[in-house]
Design a protein around this ligand. Structure first.
Ligand code: NAG
Ligand code: NAG
Ligand code: NAG
Ligand code: NAG
Ligand code: NAG
Ligand code: NAG
Ligand code: NAG
Length: 696
């Protein structure tokens, strides 16, 4: 700013400095001891008193009036355009008017520069090379050069990889990426605080290099298979990555990430296999690498028929083709016996993937498996060949009552699908037609309702879903007769009576050759005139139960087994239902009244009988008189001859029935009331009278 100011202002500035240097001492005032070439060299000498002022430079008088100007009586100045030669010691000498002398001197430095001229400020180097960064500096009188990075001076020590050379260039040995950045070249006028800095940028470049995670990738094709290929590229500047695919790029199928270093293939298909070339390019060069993508396909198996029905003796063929990568091997297996089939395996063989059976036999029936074997896995499909069952072997036919029973030790060969039923055939005469019945697998193998004691020819064949197999050999069997079943076995030891219920186990030993149809059961109370109660039990009944029987009664029971021929001899036995148990507390009002009445009746009868016997009085006497007339025989005539009766009177019905209650029984023991007569006379006596008497 000062440089651009007018000379007047500069003078004013120096004068101002003078005003402040108050004392009478001499002084040389200047803006700076360093003056650039071409700038104004301005020195002001203030003497501090009036006098004659002269200037010297390095001891030599300066008398050029263009340069030295007297400002006033005590001040002089030097003013000129500075050149290098102007540098030196300037002295100001004053002969004061007062007579004494004084002088002062100051050094003035003149410099030029420093200047960086055509120094290059941008450098690019290849990584790993030894490089030099020059700093071309000019200036006078002498210039010192320094290199700085991050404000730290770079040493010029020879041992350093990065150092300042004696020719002021910056040396970087085997340049690294970290060496990139801004370096400062600093130039200083030697010994003076005059310097300049020039920023120099250094860039490090590296050619692209490609690193692969894997050079080979193996995947199995499928809608669920996604595969990513990685191409990690290095280089400075950062390289651009491009891919060359073995197939046309399909954006629905292939994706790149933002820097294209990752290629993702979704739902890999076999066609995606091949070489994927990844190329990394920057301004230095390009570099590429190849990834081999192997795409395998899981094996697939296809059989021409899943299931087939084949009649016995017919031929059948099933073809199979397999797919996959690598191409799988094809095998046919007989799953029944685990045998692998090939062209040499006989009647059941495989030629060019086709399973062929010439004349199917029952044992050919079953599952066959076409298997694809490949390193990427195995797969198989089954083909079921169904044929009719084989003939029954190990058959025995035995006679039954008007029937024939078959028994099989083992089931015949099924023909690949389960046996569902059997056909049983029979005929009496070789000339006759066979008659038949179809029995399900779970049923009893029997022909029934044949004639008894008759010779039959019988045979048997198995059936499955496909049809009927061959018949067994024909057997001859003579049927047995049928008779009535044996009597049922009733174990009376095990009979149970609970209250008025009765039950007893029941068994049937021999059904008489024909299944039982039912049991007939009948029972009645064992007293005169009681009716049979009849019922039927199912043939599989194992016990008889009777309920709601009468307490205190004996019963008769008959059981008969019945089959188609007839009825067995009945099994019979008797049992008794006990009196109904009654406890005192549970006695009803009615029974109490009944008992009391009974007691009264008994007492009455005893009294009456005594009266009748001794005194011919009382009710009995009255009855006897009515029956026999006045002279009842054997009775003492107590008062008069009338009222004598003959014969005896028996009272029936007063006898205690078996069903009456305990108290009554006790009573009957004392009273012996089963029969009460008025007369102790022998019966014969009355028989003479031929008067009918009551039955005893
Ligand atoms: C494959 O990629 C698709 C789309 O990104 C995604 O939906 C699917 O889940 C991926 N499958 C597997 C097995 O990762
Ligand atoms: C990437 O490669 C493909 C095929 O090689 C080429 O067509 C395409 O121009 C390349 N892209 C760039 C940016 O180099
Ligand atoms: C085999 O025969 C059965 C009975 O006729 C039939 O139900 C079945 O569908 C047949 N199976 C094939 C594969 O033809
Ligand atoms: C088998 O062959 C048939 C027709 O020849 C074809 O349609 C099918 O896709 C093939 N299957 C396999 C698993 O190769
Ligand atoms: C495929 O089958 C072959 C021979 O049949 C066997 O050796 C192999 O272990 C099987 N591979 C798989 C994955 O089951
Ligand atoms: C019932 O069996 C007897 C032999 O106990 C026999 O004499 C009679 O003929 C058979 N009746 C019938 C219908 O089979
Ligand atoms: C069962 O009682 C009746 C009549 O009381 C008699 O005839 C029969 O013999 C008795 N039966 C048995 C098996 O005791």
């Amino acid at each position: 700013m000062m440089n651009q100011s007018t000379p007047i202002m500069r003078l004013a500035f120096l004068l101002l400095l003078l005003v402040y240097s108050t004392d009478g001492k001499m002084d040389i005032v200047m803006k700076s001891p360093d003056v650039q070439v071409g700038a104004e060299l301005l020195l002001l000498c203030k003497a501090g008193g009036e006098g004659d002022i002269t200037w010297q430079k390095d001891g030599e008088e300066i008398d050029d009036e263009d340069i030295v100007v007297k400002v006033d009586e005590s001040t002089s100045k030097i003013s000129k355009k500075a050149t290098i030669q102007d540098a030196g010691r300037y002295s100001c000498h004053c002969d004061f008017d007062s007579g004494h002398q004084d002088s002062i001197s100051k050094k003035v430095y003149v410099y030029d520069g420093p200047s960086f001229g055509s120094t290059k400020v941008h450098h690019e180097f290849l990584e790993g090379t030894d490089v030099k960064v020059p700093c071309l500096v000019t200036g006078q009188p002498e210039v010192d050069v320094y290199w700085l990075r991050n404000e730290q001076p770079i040493s010029s020590n020879d041992g350093r990889r990065v150092r300042k050379m004696s020719d002021n260039t910056l040396f970087i040995g085997k340049v690294e990426r970290g060496d990139a950045g801004t370096y400062m070249c600093q130039a200083q006028i030697r010994g003076r605080p005059i310097n300049k800095e020039l920023p120099v940028s250094v860039m490090v470049n590296a050619p692209p290099t490609v690193h692969l995670k894997e050079e080979e990738k193996k995947v199995i094709a499928g809608p669920e298979t996604n595969v990513s290929l990685y191409c990690l590229a290095d280089g400075l500047p950062k390289p651009y990555i491009n891919w060359t695919l073995p197939v046309a790029f399909d954006p629905s199928h292939h994706h790149f990430n933002s820097d294209r270093s990752q290629l993702t293939i979704q739902s890999v298909v076999r066609a995606d296999y091949g070489e994927y070339v990844c190329t990394a390019t920057n301004k230095i060069s390009e570099n590429s690498a190849t990834i081999m993508l192997h795409v395998f396909e899981a094996p697939g198996v296809f059989v021409s028929v899943d299931k087939v029905n084949v009649s016995g003796g017919e031929g059948v063929s099933v073809s199979c083709n397999v797919s996959g990568h690598p191409q799988p091997e094809l095998h046919w297996l007989n799953k029944q016996n685990g045998q692998t089939l090939d062209a040499t395996s006989g009647r059941v063989r495989v030629i060019d993937g086709v399973l062929a059976i010439d004349e199917v036999v029952p044992s050919d029936g079953g599952l066959y498996s076409c298997v694809a074997v490949s390193p990427s896995g195995n797969a198989s499909r089954d083909s079921a060949i169904y044929t009719v069952p084989g003939p029954p072997h190990y058959l025995s036919a035995s006679p039954g009552p008007a029937s024939v029973f078959f028994s099989l030790k083992t089931l015949p060969i099924s023909g690949g699908t389960p046996i569902t039923s059997f056909v049983l055939q029979w005929k009496q005469d070789t000339a006759e037609q066979w008659e038949h019945v179809i029995i399900p697998l779970s049923g009893a193998l029997a022909v029934t309702k044949l004639k008894p004691y008759t010779l039959y020819q019988v045979r048997l064949a198995a059936m499955n879903m496909v049809g009927q197999g061959h018949f067994s050999v024909t057997e001859s069997v003579r049927t047995n007769g049928i008779r009535e079943p044996d009597s049922p076995v009733v174990s009376t030891d095990e009979m149970k009576i609970e209250g008025n219920s009765f039950s007893v186990p029941l068994k049937q030993k021999d059904e008489g050759g024909s299944p039982l149809q039912h049991f007939s059961v009948r029972y009645r109370q064992d007293k005169e005139g009681s009716e049979w109660t009849e019922m039927q039990l199912q043939s599989d009944a194992d016990s008889i139960t009777l309920q709601d029987l009468t307490f205190g009664s004996g019963y008769e029971l008959e059981i008969t087994a019945v089959n188609t021929n007839g009825s067995s001899v009945p099994a019979t036995f008797n049992f008794t239902i006990a009196e109904k148990p009654v406890s005192g507390t549970s006695m009803t009002k009615g029974s109490v009244v009944g008992i009391v009445m009974l007691i009264f009746l008994v007492i009455f009868l005893v009294v009456d009988a005594t009266c009748c016997y001794r005194n011919r009085c009382g009710l009995l006497n009255a009855i006897a008189v009515k029956v026999f007339g006045k002279n009842v025989p054997g009775l003492k005539m107590v008062e008069d001859g009338e009222g004598t009766t003959k014969g005896e009177v028996k009272l029936k019905g007063i006898a205690t029935p078996r069903g009456s209650i305990q108290q009554a029984q006790t009573l009957s023991k004392e009273g012996q009331l089963t029969e009460v007569t008025c007369d102790k006379a022998p019966l014969t006596k009355h028989e003479k009278t031929h008067i009918p008497t009551h039955d005893a």
